[in-house]
Structure formats: C-alpha cells, structure tokens
Design a protein. Structure first.
Length: 114
C-alpha cells in the first residue's frame, strides 16, 4: 500500500512517467533480442527504485527465459528482502505464485536430468 500511495503523490508523477518510458525502451530492446541491454536497463531502474516490484519480476522472467536459474532466485530474494524487510509489505500474490510455479518446473527439470 505504501508503494501505491507514493506513486500517486503529485510529485511522483514525473518519476512514474520516466519509469514508463524506461519500460518501453526495455520492451524495444527485448523485441530486438537485446537481452543484455534489457538487463542493464532494469538493473539501473532497480537501483533508482528499489521498491518497484515490476523490475524484479521482469528480471525474473527474463532470467528464466535465458535459463539463468540463479538470476531468477537472486531477484526473488532481493525482492523479498527489500519489500518484506524494509517496508514490511508482502510480495504480490501473482509474483509469489509465478515463482512457486517456476520452482516446481525447475525441480521437474532436475529430476528428468537424473
């Protein structure tokens, strides 16, 4: 809730507009297959906006597509620590559900490779 309230404040509106533009740029990079550029951009956004769930989730999905399991896990842990520890806000249910599903798929892949 604190994140939403912050985003709705009048002084935060130009910042939100910049975030939207940055995400659009990330989409263009991704459409052109420039995954490393998308990662760099999202990590920069994350440094500027450490409580922005979308950056963590976007990175998790991108790392998953690239087969970077440790990247997915790292982003989820960073998200958990920044939201839960710093703000005492739970991670959104959608992201938690996605991550649990990703973990199950990862375990199945590991079992198939035995």
């Amino acid at each position: 809730m604190a994140i939403l309230n912050s985003a709705l404040r009048a002084e935060a509106l130009p910042e939100r507009s910049c975030l939207k533009q940055a995400y659009r740029l990330g989409q263009l990079y991704q459409e052109r297959g420039l995954a490393s550029e998308v990662i760099k951009l999202l990590l920069r956004i994350q440094k500027l906006q450490p409580y922005e769930e979308d950056t963590y989730f976007s990175l998790m999905k991108l790392y998953s597509e690239l087969g970077d399991d440790s990247g997915v896990q790292e982003q989820y842990e960073l998200l958990m620590s920044s939201l839960c520890r710093d703000l005492e806000v739970p991670v959104s249910e959608f992201i938690s559900t996605w991550y649990a599903s990703w973990c199950r798929k990862k375990e199945l892949r590991a079992l198939q490779n035995l």
